[in-house]
Design a protein around this ligand. Sequence first.
Ligand code: DC
Length: 229
Amino acid sequence: MDTYKIPVIAIDGPSASGKGTIAQLVAKKLGFHYLDSGALYRLVALKTMQSHTNIHNTDQLAEIARNLNVVFKNEDIYLDGTIVTDAIRAEQCGLLASQIAAHPQVREALTDRQRAFCQPPGLVTDGRDMGSVIFPDAILKIFLTASAEVRAQRRYKQLKEKGINANISDLLQDIKKRDERDSNRSIAPLQQGADAQLLDTTSLTISQAQDAVLSWYNIISAKNPRLDK
Ligand code: DC
């Protein structure tokens, strides 16, 4: 029997913790595929706004999630043929995504789409429930976090660089609100699993955080030589 197993590195953590940046860098370094699961929830949020769907109509939200016409190409994301890479990053979209993501039917509708990203030679993915629900067999699970203040500063800098106007105290409030909702919902809440490594990046550089993930992965793959084939 072939014992080859596709290695998955699952990086979960709160909003604006830098998990997306780290996950992308690690994926590039290892030559693995990359899944930004938050983008899927943001896409459902954008489509919900575009179609003026009532955010309490769970059947319709699940329908939107099931039928998302999305293409990930290079660094861009297309929704119904239009580039929405920047549009889904708006704070409004993130907040709505967080509300929509609390509906079990929406999460269920996105499950298979997320698992389909698990392809050889491996996958690095980030979100809230990658290690707990979507890829419970991930060989490396990381809970990546940073203080809310540092996360607000990072988000501020990121938005500024994109020419998007932002107010740091509003961002901090939004981040705290989102942490509260994502951590306390009844389905797939954000929490550090017992089997996840804690990576607090409050005082780490991007490169130090990336090195921490890669060194954990190297230790694991050295013990499982068939993982890396
Ligand atoms: O990671 P992000 O900020 O782009 O995610 C946007 C929202 O989507 C987040 O506030 C909660 C939701 N989300 C989720 O519930 N589960 C995931 N795996 C990823 C995101």
